[in-house]
Design a protein around this ligand. Structure first.
Ligand SMILES: [Mg+2]
Length: 215
């Protein structure tokens, strides 16, 4: 893990070097290179399941999601997953199984040429939740600190109010996708306290907008 973080920092340093050296030359790259994307997992990257993803076989990617991460990787934008996994706190799966599920997630994304720079999960049972569990912002803070990113430079993308609230608490920009629980979240209404929230059909559409310079 430590080695991985060093590699991630290296990636960030290179992004900063690029920014310094590209004045007036490649504005799009300059715009995206200071960015950082925090991704919810279930309903954003992979299909949501009411009974939760319990095995690697149950992890089914949302169409276009792996390619979307690959586009971020290609643009030099680090990506960290922040996922609530109460099924560990509930005793449904253990951390070894979650690790196997995440190995599959990484493989699916690697097959499209993309990379998850970090995966953070919170095992808390909802009734014994700490600040790490979304809508708490603890996991998001950990991710930003380990990459040396300011909250205002990070975009949180998710399908539920918990995601948006976690992002809002920390001061990250926020986007809702209509996959997973996203349509229901949109229909039920996003509280004004969480605005502004950009809304996209799916992760692919969100990434398209980001790379075109959407805030
Ligand atoms: Mg979700």
């Amino acid at each position: 893990m430590r080695a991985a973080r060093r590699a991630d920092r290296g990636c960030l340093d290179r992004a900063l070097d690029r920014r310094r050296g590209t004045r007036g030359r490649t504005r799009v790259e300059t715009l995206v290179s200071r960015r950082f994307v925090l991704l919810d997992r279930d309903g954003t990257l992979n299909e949501d399941r009411p009974d939760s993803v319990k095995t690697p076989d149950e992890l089914v990617m949302i169409p276009g999601a792996a390619e979307a991460v690959a586009r971020l990787t290609g643009a030099g934008v680090p990506v960290a997953v922040v996922t609530n996994q109460a099924n560990i706190g509930r005793g449904v799966i253990d951390e070894a199984m979650l690790s196997r599920i995440h190995d599959k997630l990484r493989r699916e994304i690697a097959r499209s040429g993309g990379r998850l720079d970090a995966i953070l999960f919170c095992p808390d049972h909802p009734e014994r939740a700490t600040e790490r569990r979304k809508p708490g912002s603890g996991m998001l803070r950990e991710a930003l600190e380990s990459f040396g990113v300011e909250p205002g430079d990070a975009l949180l993308i998710g399908d539920s109010l918990k995601d948006l609230e976690a992002g809002a608490r920390l001061g990250c920009r926020r986007a809702l996708v209509r996959t997973g629980k996203g349509r229901a979240t949109e229909r039920e209404g996003v509280p004004p306290s969480l605005a502004p929230v950009a809304v996209y059909d799916d992760l692919a559409a969100a990434v398209e907008a980001i790379l075109e310079g959407a805030p």
